[in-house]
Design a binder for this molecule. Structure first.
Ligand SMILES: [Cu+2]
Length: 184
């Protein structure tokens, strides 16, 4: 191995270690996700919010941020029934947010159903299911349904999330691709 090659290997190792450390820090502090990605929480552009949710691997301790024009939208955390029907008069939202920049910490496992409470917006797709999955190699026991635990119920038609392993493999794959493009 020439000196130049050896230096390249050293740099590659340092970059890899730094990326792993960064990932570890993200995991420890909890990631921050802007709901819907760049467009935010809006009816413009037909953002598929459940497609956005399915592409992320939410964990306990993560934070989601709803960004929107508070004149036209709000955020309601609702039970599954209200999420499904988009009918806000059917029950009471668990929580309502309306600052236009709402930070919500994901404190526990399970589904978090959000809709926009403005007339017609939920029906037009301004609704999202943020499902916080358990990080475990063993299969968690099937949660049993209780009536006072409405927001934690597993819904039958919710998409399955990719496993954490696949998600981290994706990150490592991206890192390798990045390194390959950088000319290592
Ligand atoms: Cu709205």
């Amino acid at each position: 191995m020439s000196l130049v090659q050896r230096n390249n290997v050293a740099v590659l190792l340092i970059i890899t270690v730094m990326m792993m450390m960064k990932m570890a820090i993200i995991m420890a502090d909890g990631a921050v996700y802007k709901v819907g990605g760049f467009p935010g929480w809006t009816s413009i552009g037909n953002v598929d919010y459940n497609n956005w949710a399915a592409s992320n691997n939410f964990q306990v301790g993560d934070t989601i941020i709803f960004e929107y024009n508070a004149q036209y939208h709000n955020v309601m955390k609702v039970p599954y029934k209200m999420y499904k029907s988009c009918n806000v008069s059917e029950g009471t939202p668990l929580e309502t947010f309306n600052t236009g920049n709402d930070s919500i910490k994901l404190n526990r496992y399970g589904h978090n159903w959000f809709i926009c409470g403005f007339p017609g917006h939920c029906q037009n797709g301004l609704k999202v299911d943020v499902n916080v999955i358990r990080v475990s190699t063993t299969k968690p026991p099937t949660p049993s349904r209780t009536d006072d635990d409405d927001d934690d119920v597993q819904c039958p038609d919710c998409p399955n999330k990719a496993s954490p392993f696949i998600a981290s493999f994706g990150l490592i794959g991206l890192a390798i691709l990045f390194l390959a493009l950088a000319g290592f």
